[in-house]
Design a protein around this ligand. Sequence first.
Ligand code: PBG
Ligand code: ZN
Length: 322
Amino acid sequence: MLNRPRRLRKNPIIRELVAETRLSEDMFVYPYFVVPGQGVKHGIEAMPGISHFSADMLVKDVEAGLKLGLNKVLLFGVGEQKTDDASSAYHDHSVVADAVRALKSAFGEDIYVITDVCTCAYTTHGHCGILKNDYVQNDETVHVLAKMALSHALAGADMVAPSDMMDGRILAIREKLDQHQQENTAIMSYSIKFASAYYGPFREAADSAPNKGDRKAYQMDFRNPNEMMREAYLDEEEGADILMVKPALAYLDVIQQLKNNTNLPVACYNVSGEYSMVKAAAKAGWIDEQKVTMENMYAFTRAGANIIISYHAREILENKWM
Ligand code: PBG
Ligand code: ZN
């Protein structure tokens, strides 16, 4: 026998030497849910280990995270006044804008702050935009998103991440930011975001479930590989700095295809349902949490992701799982 692949698997040293995929703590972005008030740290039932934080408590938690090397956070606002026009999403002192200011005044350049830009947690109906006759109005919504992104940038956000899936929003946000001298604020686009049942736990966390209908008239159909590349190219042309695929686990082929067809960094979002499934099965004793979690992280990297947004990030670094 001339070929014995097992020779290179003989012991941990040779296995490390020939490992083709490597993970680094620098790849992780950790999501946070920010709520109004003070002294709030309240666990989210559907997402074990994840909490709602008020800005002051967020600063404390991020301080501990920084010591582990977790210096990139993605903020979601929850608990603001819900209106039909989503106006609480973009006022100067929205829960997210204030949290950005708190983080920046505590840590300055040591923390990289990314904000989610979408209206679903701020609208009475829970849709990712302005609703008229049961249809989310594209251009009107884009206008709101641009204002929301600008309010985050002016508060000090390093990057904004629009997650709504309206057409033309990347260009509108880029122009709005540039008009207000925020040309160095980066845009990470949720470019290939599918209408997915894996967002279930998040909608509880963000109180953002649509009260009627679904998101299929704006989020993508998961059966469409050609359409997904079209979405990605449009965002690239419109000035996105980073393209994201979401969810991640059931979409490794999508991550790979995108990586092979763009020169932009590719991010993937290991979403709430993916996280909570691992947590639930581990709690039941059916899987080894550490091993399954790390197998998933390597899968994202092997598929081509440069950036991993994951609720697991904190525990991975805390427990030195890599
Ligand atoms: C809102 C938004 C969602 C997620 C991120 N931004 C949910 C949705 O589109 O309904 C999902 C994140 C997760 O499940 O972890 N636009
Ligand atoms: Zn939304």
